[in-house]
Design a protein around this ligand. Structure first.
Ligand code: PLP
Length: 380
């Protein structure tokens, strides 16, 4: 005891230490220069982020939840509308829908990838549906070609919640560039993380980008005089200090993603099919925000891993339609999402993790999980 975990779930400090020499000078210039909201670091990051995602425009906002909410509002989605989303996502996806005034319609997911399927979406479409939010859970896009076919046929919008999928691709095309808009979070623990809250929306639609920018800046029209407010907006902007950090970290993204891919592959080999991994589709360039396995007696395994100093997570233990403020929107069972919620376990993964740490986690997991299968686990 008292040694701290042998393998932490993540290590944000390691990434910060790698980039701090490049960031610190520019941060102090900006702090001492006295200009903190917007300005050239934000504009530069927006250009670079749009290019990284293969989109025409990016708008920096305060966080990923606002990226979703402002996108819905800017698309005119609200009271009387329905928005389809998967049940097994971070609650923010559903919060944004409810806060827009629309009704969330939860869809079940694929048992192998835990991602939205065209069939599940079709089951919950209604004449009131205005949009489908595809969530790129764990760092992988669902079949975006098939989802686009469904949304195009139904005449509804496809929006991406890409908060876990910076740089991920489906058939070579980037997260954020498939839908009418792609919503990103730069919460510190995301693959691209700020030193606090931050987010962005990417889109090819210049008018939509302009409305999102205006809504996040108290409804000011761009280029309008300071106290002219054409829309009822809110305060949701990207700070210059966060943009400075994000620009420097973005230059490391491909290197950090490649490390995640290597580590995830190593997990796959080390687990050797003896523990079920949430599947990776061959058409997907998965960025492994999380590496998730499914285990029958998850809570025991998690506890025993913790006793050995291996930190794990559960993303997410309760599907959205079972959370108290969202239960009123539930329409019948969603068996795949509900069963998965009791079985999923997120293993440590972060760019500076070592191969030896992966091997140690996999070995501990195989031993602990193996004791539960078919044999009585030792009493404790
Ligand atoms: C993190 C996350 C969000 C919300 O982002 P914040 O920046 O924390 O507001 C939304 N959706 C998903 C899937 C997320 O993982």
């Amino acid at each position: 005891m008292g040694e701290g975990p042998r393998v932490p779930f993540t290590d944000l400090g390691a990434m910060a230490r790698q980039v701090w020499p490049e960031i610190s000078g520019e941060l102090s210039d900006t702090v001492l220069g006295g200009s903190y909201i917007g300005g050239s670091p934000v504009a530069a990051f927006e250009r670079e982020w749009a290019a990284y995602c293969g989109a025409g425009h990016a708008v920096g906002v305060a966080n990923g939840t606002d990226a979703l909410l402002l996108t819905l509002e800017a698309l005119g989605i609200g009271t009387g509308d329905e928005v389809v989303l998967p049940a097994n996502t971070f609650i923010a996806t559903a919060e944004a829908v409810v806060r827009s005034g629309a009704v969330p319609r939860f869809a079940d997911v694929d048992d192998a990838t835990l991602l939205l399927t065209p069939g599940a979406v079709e089951e919950v479409l209604s004449p009131r549906t205005r949009a489908v939010i595809a969530v790129h859970l764990y760092g992988q896009l669902p079949d975006m070609v098939a989802l686009r076919e469904v949304t195009d046929r139904a005449g509804v919008l496809l929006i991406e919640d890409a908060a876990q999928a910076h740089g991920a691709r489906w058939q070579g095309r980037s997260a954020g560039s498939w839908g009418v808009a792609g919503c990103f979070s730069f919460y510190p623990a995301k693959n691209l993380g700020a030193f606090g809250d931050a987010g962005a929306v990417v889109t090819d639609d210049a008018a939509l980008a302009g409305r999102i920018r205006s809504l996040g800046n108290h409804g000011r029209a761009s280029g309008a005089v300071h106290h002219q407010h054409d829309l009822l907006g809110t305060n949701s902007r990207l700070d210059a200090l966060q943009a400075i950090a994000l620009r420097v970290k973005l230059r490391r993204m491909d290197e950090w993603t490649a490390a995640r891919v290597r580590l995830a592959e190593r997990y796959r080999v080390a687990l050797g099919g003896r523990v079920r991994l949430v599947a990776w589709a061959p058409e997907a360039d998965h960025v492994h925000h999380l590496v998730v396995v499914r285990i029958g007696d998850r809570d025991r395994v998690r506890r025993e891993l913790a006793e050995r100093g291996v930190q794990t997570g559960v993303h997410y233990p309760v599907p959205c339609h079972r959370q108290p403020p969202l239960r009123r929107y539930a329409r019948g069972p969603l068996p795949v999402a509900e069963r998965a919620a009791g079985e999923i376990l997120s293993l440590p993964i972060f760019p500076h993790m070592t191969a030896e740490q992966v091997d140690a986690v996999a070995a501990a997991l195989l031993e602990i999980a193996g004791r539960g299968v078919g044999a009585d686990a030792p009493a404790r």
